[in-house]
Design a protein around this ligand. Structure first.
Ligand SMILES: [Zn+2]
Length: 211
């Protein structure tokens, strides 16, 4: 049942309340331990969840192989933009910059339109919309009422895009991720669970869409 050869790294975190097991995008098992937890906690956690780790590592490796097998942007690649497949290519850094700039401009128009339409639904009036290119996140909402959205959202299905916009707009009414926040989000975005799963599964692919 357990795989005795699973290698793992232990990290200590002052914020960790209890031992937590994760598999990184590089396929490495990591145990995060509270500062004072005994070292053997990590080994026993890994031992108990050996099958789960094996499955996660296999999933991460398969995803990486799939991404490595994509045609290069120099040869051309199909991206789904605003729900429509489109063939794009960039032979050098200058073309790549141009491609990203034009996708970003298009995304801005689409995202601002969705923010406008969905603001009324959620009952908020954002102070502004910023289009960003963060590698790690889809969106954020600032205290001053500005909503920031990742241009790569234009590569997601419309219902996923709307979920992220509604999520950020809901933060203008409920800052944290408490029960009131989630019930507000789910009320306006019944697709929430589906959309979150989709984003998890396609995160690496979309964040590296122009790599
Ligand atoms: Zn949030």
């Amino acid at each position: 049942m357990t795989s005795p050869d699973i290698t793992f790294t232990v990290r200590r975190s002052p914020r960790a309340r209890r031992a937590r097991l994760t598999v990184t995008p590089h396929g490495e098992a990591v145990v995060v331990l509270p500062m004072r937890a005994p070292e053997r906690t990590a080994a026993s956690l890994v031992e108990r969840h050996g099958d789960w780790i094996d499955r996660q590592v296999a999933r991460v490796r398969a995803e990486r192989d799939r991404l490595d097998a994509r045609p290069s942007l120099a040869d051309g690649r199909t991206l789904t933009v605003a729900g429509v497949p489109r063939w794009v290519h960039a032979r050098d850094a200058r073309e790549l910059e141009g491609l990203e700039r034009s996708l970003r401009r298009e995304a801005g128009i689409l995202l601002r339109g969705r923010v406008e339409a969905l603001s009324a639904l959620v009952g908020v009036a954002p102070a502004g919309v910023t289009i960003r290119a963060q590698r790690g996140r889809w969106g954020s909402a600032s205290r001053s009422g500005t909503v920031s959205l990742n241009w790569r959202l234009t590569l997601t299905p419309p219902e996923v895009l709307d979920y992220v916009v509604i999520h950020e707009l809901a933060h203008l009414r409920e800052p944290g991720h408490g029960p009131r926040f989630w019930s507000l989000v789910r009320h306006h975005a019944p697709q929430t669970d589906r959309a979150r799963r989709w984003l998890r599964e396609h995160h690496a692919e979309l964040m590296s869409a122009l790599d």
